[in-house]
Design a protein around this ligand. Structure first.
Ligand code: S3P
Length: 181
């Protein structure tokens, strides 16, 4: 496949921000970066932008200000990033729980849900210490609970891609096929 095909053809796929949504540990940043490189557009990770702007880690923001404050900052950050079209944005796993973010994503983005089952997420995040919601004795129950509460939000994304196995090349190919399909 010619990597310039998508940019040069008038498919309109770059008219909107392309947004990766889904649970933590599903590869949104990894795939997002690869997709942005393929499409030759900018890549943004909403968590990274929040960290850069505030000079605090996500753990510190949760600890000092709480989740509600984090969600406000996250929503503002994501809405601002969406103005940078053409671009690919990897979002934080809980962003769609904020109604204004969900609405903006539905109205203005091409959204891609990366869907990974919980055993694979657990394995990928086994050593991660930067997910405040998973600092629990029972991360599996936390993930199951979050997934149950969020699945209907993720399901509103335009494109659904399963990423149980960690094959960037294959996932990227499936994402591009679905986008240009
Ligand atoms: C969160 C996911 C994280 C980060 C924060 C909260 C969530 O982002 O925004 O820890 O509520 O699922 P990733 O999905 O990039 O891990």
């Amino acid at each position: 496949m010619n990597r310039h095909t998508h940019k040069k053809t008038d498919t309109g796929i770059l008219d909107k921000p392309i947004m990766l949504v889904g649970m933590m540990g599903t590869g949104k940043s990894h795939i997002g970066k690869a997709l942005a490189a393929h499409l030759e557009v900018g890549f943004y990770d909403s968590d990274d932008e929040i960290i850069k702007a505030g000079g605090l880690s996500i753990n510190e923001i949760f600890e000092l200000y709480g989740e509600a404050k984090f969600r406000e900052t996250e929503s503002r950050t994501i809405l601002a990033l969406m103005e940078k079209t053409p671009c690919v944005i990897a979002t934080g796993g809980g962003c769609l729980t904020t109604p204004s973010t969900l609405q903006a994503v539905k109205d203005k983005a091409l959204s891609i849900w990366l869907q990974t089952d919980i055993p694979h997420i657990l394995k990928r995040l086994e050593h991660a210490r930067n997910r405040p919601l998973l600092q629990s004795d029972d991360p599996q129950s936390v993930l199951e609970d979050l997934m149950a509460k969020r699945k209907h939000l993720y399901a509103q994304a335009d494109i659904h891609i399963t990423t149980h196995e960690n094959d960037t090349h294959e996932t990227l190919r499936r994402v591009i096929d679905a986008m240009t399909g």
